[in-house]
Design a protein around this ligand. Structure first.
Ligand code: PS7
Ligand code: MN
Ligand code: MN
Ligand code: MN
Ligand code: MN
Ligand code: MN
Length: 358
């Protein structure tokens, strides 16, 4: 019996890593960088979050059922055989949810303190996502996030909390000091910077594809730029106002950079540092690519150039390099601002950017 349960454990773990590689090659790569004592638990944390997000993202699911699933998802982590079929917005995501009992079995092999951290984060995130389900709707096309304050709150739920959970895992592993998990402002910013970059880049996909109806850009920002509906920027991607709106969204994301760098400066373990730093430098490179780029309004997946992406991987091994890379990208961005002064109205932010880069 013990050999067969060992075989099942190996099989479950293999399923998890295969799926992780399918759903996110970039996170699969950075998770590989982690010390062994954290690696499997963070990989499982990723898949659990991905499961929860797949429920949130499924636009064919009835909102009442979705709210119920989101709020109770954390309880499923205690049910050995739980899975759900036909939910998820892609084939891989449906595969994950329909075999979720495998993820749960691996989850249960993590140490109890790790399990508690993960469960608490999933409970808080599911509750938070449920509060925002009203924004996700095919029926009322005018629904969107209203204020920047609520935009930050949504991003806190879906990404800031990931920062909290990861920081707690780092501390619990004994590889980082308690200070890493203490400052909400710092771990929250690390998550918000990634999430906002994702939301800016997913404009076309979220507004127009797979049912549309995901409007995460806050009205407080976009309503100043000459459209009545968020999706209308696609009708005039090159208009100066449209580009100014995009730049304003990027400026908003850049608010978090000082806190992100501060968070990174507190990390002591080199492997944990690399895990955290690569997505941050990649996000900064992505924002540089997006700055004043009308393609964001036209199509899905505006990509960072290959060379730039590779550079962020190579350059993320220590704080000095990361600071240097951020400064370089910030300078290139402020170059774009000067060249496109006609499009960019935000002189204050331009000055802030330039100051940040000296
Ligand atoms: C546990 C490594 C390091 C302090 C699945 C990592 C959607 C941008 O859905 O796949 O395709 O548009 O491009 C990652 C903080 C979160 C925030 C968040 C879990 C880092 C589910 C990630 C990642 C905090 C909720 C993926 C924020 O983007 O999105 C682990 C410190 C998952 C992190 C969502 C988004 C991540 C995201 P999609 P992507
Ligand atoms: Mn993705
Ligand atoms: Mn998603
Ligand atoms: Mn989502
Ligand atoms: Mn997205
Ligand atoms: Mn995406």
């Amino acid at each position: 019996a013990s050999t067969s349960s060992k075989a099942q454990e190996d099989d479950d773990l293999e399923f998890c890593y295969t799926l992780l590689n399918k759903v996110s090659r970039s996170f699969a790569y950075v998770i590989q960088q982690l010390p062994l004592s954290l690696r499997n638990s963070v990989a499982i944390f990723y898949l659990i979050l991905r499961g929860l997000d797949s429920i949130e993202d499924d636009m064919n699911l009835d909102n009442e059922l979705k709210i119920d699933l989101l709020q109770h998802f954390f309880e499923k982590l205690q049910c050995d055989a739980w899975f759900i079929e036909h939910v998820g917005d892609s084939e891989d995501h449906r595969l994950l949810l329909s075999h979720f009992y495998k993820v749960i079995r691996v989850f249960k092999t993590s140490q109890p303190s790790y399990q508690n951290i993960i469960t608490t984060i999933i409970r808080k995130m599911g509750k938070g996502m449920a509060e925002f389900v009203h924004v996700l709707t095919n029926k009322n096309k005018s629904m969107c996030i209203d204020t920047v304050k609520n935009y930050d709150l949504y991003c806190h739920y879906v990404a800031g909390l990931v920062g909290e959970g990861l920081s707690q895992l780092f501390v619990e592993s004994g590889l980082e000091t308690a200070s890493v998990a203490q400052d909400k402002c710092l771990w929250n910013s690390v998550g918000l910077f990634l999430q906002k970059t994702n939301i800016i880049g997913d404009y076309f996909e979220d507004c127009h594809l797979t049912g549309g109806g995901r409007r995460w850009w806050p009205k407080e920002i976009w309503s100043k730029y000459g459209v009545h509906r968020l999706e209308d920027f696609t009708l005039k991607p090159d208009a100066p106002e449209s580009l100014s709106c995009l730049n304003a969204m990027i400026n908003d994301a850049l608010r978090h950079v000082p806190d992100c760098l501060h968070y990174l400066s507190r990390l002591e373990n080199e492997r944990i540092f690399i895990f955290c730093a690569i997505p941050q430098t990649r996000a900064m490179a992505t924002l540089l690519e997006f700055y004043n780029n009308p393609q964001v309004y036209r199509r899905k997946n505006v990509q960072v150039r290959k060379g730039l992406a590779a550079l962020t991987m190579l350059d993320s091994s220590n704080f000095g390099n990361v600071k240097y890379t951020f400064r370089k990208f910030a300078l290139q961005m402020s170059d774009k601002v000067v060249k496109n002064a006609r499009h960019c109205v935000d002189e204050t932010r331009r000055q802030e950017l330039c100051q940040m880069s000296v």
